[in-house]
Design a protein around this ligand. Structure first.
Ligand SMILES: [Zn+2]
Length: 237
């Protein structure tokens, strides 16, 4: 009876270990993506709205966006299965429209700490078009601070990554890792990416506890049997 239980526990543990290992193996070669091939055409047209800009817009921001576009055309973080080609256009019916607002929380109702976001119009697993909305600064403590060029460059790279189908990375060094400066409205994706690992860990831990309990129970039984054999039933204490 107890041998049987032991066997069942071993099978469960092995099964869980297999799931655990396969999860990590797939995590190593699979990068989190929203869409594998988000655009059905090339080049992807981009309109940068540097005319309707908020009060604290800096004329140096446009260059940061152009540099961010070049970053992805040059291979980006090397996680794309395709090489994107962008074309700048001057009409706002472009595939991607990039615009600035003074305060993203006020303008769009985004969460606090959000610096930019990608808002796509998606049909049948393809992007038809989308907007990248960027803010020009935020409150740090009580003082409002304008974003510098580097921050604008990083946030735009990150948002363009979403526009190219990438989700959030758990790698802190990756441009798609949602850092404080680059936080946006896509945090639920990060949670859904880490949740399976958390579940496997919890179930695995529970299985270990069950195995230990089974072992303890077997040991107790064995000991009782031994005591019965040696001392007899009546006065073994
Ligand atoms: Zn993001």
């Amino acid at each position: 009876m107890s041998e049987k239980k032991h066997g069942v526990a071993i099978v469960i543990i092995s099964f869980l270990a297999l799931i655990f290992v396969s999860q990590f193996a797939s995590a190593a070669d699979e990068y989190p993506k929203i869409l594998d091939t988000p655009w059905d055409h090339s080049p992807i047209t981009v309109f940068i709205d540097d005319v309707n800009v908020p009060q604290h817009y800096s004329s140096t921001y446009r260059v940061q966006v152009e540099s961010a576009i070049l970053y992805w055309e040059d291979g980006g973080n090397s996680k794309l299965d395709f090489t994107p080609d962008f074309e700048m256009v001057n009409t706002d019916d472009a595939d991607i429209r990039i615009m600035w607002v003074e305060n993203i929380e006020e303008a769009t109702g985004a969460e606090e700490g959000v610096a930019g976001f990608w808002s796509p119009y998606e049909v049948n697993g393809k992007y038809l078009r989308g907007d990248i909305v960027l803010e020009v600064g935020n409150y740090q403590g009580y003082a409002w601070r304008q974003y510098g060029d580097l921050n604008m460059f990083l946030v735009t790279k990150h948002e363009l990554g979403h526009a190219l189908g990438l989700a959030h990375s758990n790698d802190r060094k990756d441009i798609m890792y949602p850092t404080y400066e680059e936080r946006d409205n896509m945090n639920p994706l990060l949670l859904s990416a880490t949740l399976p690992y958390l579940m496997v860990f919890v179930v695995g831990s529970l299985a270990v506890v069950v195995l230990l309990l089974v072992r303890w129970w077997r040991y107790k039984r064995k000991r009782e049997q031994l005591e019965m054999e040696v001392f007899g039933d009546s006065d073994h204490l």
